[in-house]
Design a protein around this ligand. Sequence first.
Ligand code: 3SL
Length: 241
Amino acid sequence: MPKINVAVLPDRMPPRSPDAPPGVAVVIDVLRATTMMAALLDAGAAGIRAVRSMNEARSMKAREPSVLLAGERGGLAPDGFDMGNSPAGIDPELVRGRTVVLTTTNGTRAVEMVPASMPCLMLSLTNLDAVAERVRTLGADTLIVCSGTDGGRSSEDELAAGLLVDRLRTWTMTDTAEDTADLATGSIGASGGIEAALRRSFHAERLVGLGFDADVRFCAQLSVTRTVPALNRRSGLIVPG
Ligand code: 3SL
């Protein structure tokens, strides 16, 4: 059976030996970057370029003015950006057919930190079952990478990670993967549902405080899309996989 592991933060990814088979990485930033990626593709975006810095994003726009700039710092759209990081606020008229350059504090950083040899898929609660099916079909050792929040662990990322592991219980699980699955199912039971569990996170409270309650509700939806954003290593674009 393939092995499933969870890195609770990007810098806790286990070291890889150069001759190891590539496996698959699944990056999660439930609030809100990977949910945003699936929602942008669902709204018709041609592709997403995930970059770590705002400078990088702005120079891409300078080189290629047709791209849209999206993202956040401190949860809010940076000056001059076409949109923030709000999946509930996407304007399909604006994004249809366009390439979106996305930069966020934690999620796009996590994508960049995945070793270039690994195929990379994006998980959110909204596409959980679609990603689980994809991973099962690929049948390769899988590393789930939680983006975390400002260097600390994120309960909402670990919730989604645990639900993915829970769907792959027949696989060989590392101790971290098994603990994550048990904690996720336990926390949903104790909270009375996924949205309630998500709302208990520090990050959800912060977003609600910034006026993004609709995003928290959006991000809490379970398996409402079949879109599996995947990083195309040749073009550098995240597209439906
Ligand atoms: O840090 C990130 O990648 C963001 O998703 C955080 S926020 O929810 O948009 O503030």
